[in-house]
Design a protein around this ligand. Structure first.
Ligand code: NAD
Length: 495
């Protein structure tokens, strides 16, 4: 049974609260370790160390910070598979998917390697006679990151890479369900040469989160997780005077118009709904089939389902792993019953196809004729249950998305460029795919949803990430005219 400790001041620190939480291998259902849960005092000590480290870290030159980010990039790249294996062991996703997660996180580290360019300010010479004005951006101080279970390596990278490159110090509170990748990353950052105290990890639950929210030395807080907690984080953090970005849950719709390439749309729906067992905030949860696209699309999706191999993420044959916990697996499966009771057709019930054993498996599941009153539509299921809705027109499909409380990602499948362009104009969501089912922005754009999918006004990583982790300063300067100055500079003054 592996103990998983905090990482503070550049070393592993065993918890002192006496409280721990079990960590499972979801593929076997067996407990593999236990993680320390920090008390408020333990969080306070980590913040104090980060605060102390901030004084010198913010003075480190841009050249040196960029060099360090390049070192970090190399080490993460070298250890990509080691990190991915930790993700498989505690999250359950298949190894290829876990490798993809680290790759997407690496993109953000690579973006942060450009920090000297990203922090360049503006300069106005002679704004008034003899007066110059220029802008600089400075780090905010100690930043906290609170992250979800579903991307235990990538989502922390979205936060710490830009935050540290900007000159902040960082306290990460990862999900207690799969905490090992964060500790391993901390070791890599130290090996890369990051000074002790710049990056810290405290494990914990609500107690640790509340301590971060209320701590006067936390200047900014990034959160990614479910909508109810995101709302709580935003309200509590801002009430304590912090800058907060809190990304929440999702219910992502994929519209398929009658003119779409149905085979392409079916491939996209299947990979976007069942990849990572549907535990992605950008997973497609509902396919909205317009007009006569419905029957052909459902047939094409159904044909693909028996070909998806579900199993242990370390087995190279597996294409979909288990869910993260038994409780989550049971909750996800319950939408098949409520869906059936409320009038949906259950075309595939993953309970019947789940691998044997104690793992937290649910096979791929498909509900047809889903309507807006059903629990399977109203809730974020966050598992391998895809719903199909049928509507007559584009306008009805658009209205479904715009009436939904979430607004994370969405996609449209069509061959009509004019309709696609109209959709990007009309739709109320932060990330839009055109014949692309999971439109996660590349690292040099920012990631974020609308409505109940984001509290705060900053999207994460990319240019908005740099903006969030820095504050602006504008300097207005005037220097004595050398021609009239009384100061003896020791050499002749000419104009
Ligand atoms: P969660 O909200 O349960 O937990 C997220 C973090 O909050 C964890 O670190 C957890 O320890 C902490 N937390 C949980 N309950 C808390 C409480 N009562 N008070 C204070 N802190 C608390 O989310 P999860 O189940 O780990 O992750 C899945 C959710 O995250 C889904 O809703 C998914 O859509 C969302 N998500 C969103 C994005 C995005 O970019 N918008 C990305 C990934 C995941």
């Amino acid at each position: 049974m592996t103990p998983i400790h905090h990482w503070v001041g550049g070393r592993s620190v065993a918890g002192t609260s006496g409280l721990t939480s079990p960590v499972f291998n979801p593929a076997t259902g067996r407990q593999s370790g236990f993680v320390d849960l920090a008390s408020g005092d333990e969080v306070g000590r980590a913040v104090a160390i980060a605060r102390e480290a901030f004084g010198s870290w913010r003075s480190v030159s841009l050249a040196k910070r960029a060099e360090l980010m390049f070192n970090i990039r190399e080490l993460v790249h070298t250890h990509k598979q080691d990190i991915a294996k930790l993700l498989v062991a505690e999250h359950g996703k298949v190894l290829s998917d876990a490798m993809g997660e680290v790759t997407r996180g690496l993109e953000v580290i690579e973006f942060a390697c450009g920090i000297p360019t990203l922090l360049k300010g503006e300069f106005s010479e002679q704004a008034s006679t003899g007066v110059d004005v220029y802008s600089i951006r400075q780090p905010v101080g100690v930043v906290a990151g609170i992250t979800p279970f579903n991307f235990p390596a990538m989502v922390p990278m979205w936060m710490w890479a830009p935050a540290i490159a900007c000159g902040n110090t960082f306290v990460l509170k990862p999900s207690e369900k799969d905490p090992s990748a964060s500790v391993f990353t901390a070791e890599l950052l130290k090996e890369a040469g990051l000074p002790d105290g710049v990056f810290n990890v405290v494990h914990g639950d609500k107690v640790a989160v509340d301590a971060l929210l209320e701590h006067p030395d936390i200047a900014a807080l990034s959160f990614v997780g479910s909508t109810p907690i995101a709302r709580y984080i935003y309200e509590t953090g801002t009430r304590h005077g912090k800058r907060v970005q809190a990304l929440g849950g999702a219910k992502n719709h994929m519209i398929v118009l009658p003119d779409a390439d149905i085979e392409m749309a079916a491939d996209a729906a299947v990979s976007a709904a069942y990849g990572s067992a549907g535990e992605r905030c950008m997973a497609v949860s509902v396919v909205v089939a317009v007009g006569d696209a419905g029957d052909a699309l459902v047939t094409a999706i159904k044909e693909r389902l028996p070909k998806i191999t579900v199993g242990d993420g370390m087995d190279p044959a597996s294409e979909m792993g288990p869910l993260v916990t038994q409780a989550h697996r049971d909750k996800v499966a319950s939408y098949l019953d409520s869906g059936a009771q409320q009038g949906a057709s259950v075309l595939a019930d993953g309970r019947q196809t789940a691998p044997e054993g104690d793992g937290f498996f649910l096979g791929v599941s498909l509900l047809d004729n889903v309507t807006t009153e059903m629990d399977a539509y109203r809730d974020e299921i966050f598992g391998p249950v895809l719903g199909v809705m049928r509507v007559d027109t584009y306008d009805e499909a658009l209205k479904l998305i715009n009436d939904n409380p979430y607004g994370n990602g969405t996609a449209i499948f069509t061959r009509d460029g004019g309709v696609a362009r109209q959709f990007q104009f009309d739709v109320e969501a932060g990330m839009v795919g055109i014949n692309v089912p999971i439109p996660v922005p590349v690292a040099y754009y920012s990631f974020g949803g609308w409505n109940a999918s984001l509290f705060g006004d900053s999207h994460i990583y990319g240019p908005e990430g740099i903006h969030f982790y820095t504050r602006g300063k504008v300097v207005t300067s005037r220097w004595p005219d050398p021609a009239t100055s009384k100061v003896d500079l020791g050499f002749p003054q000419t104009r």
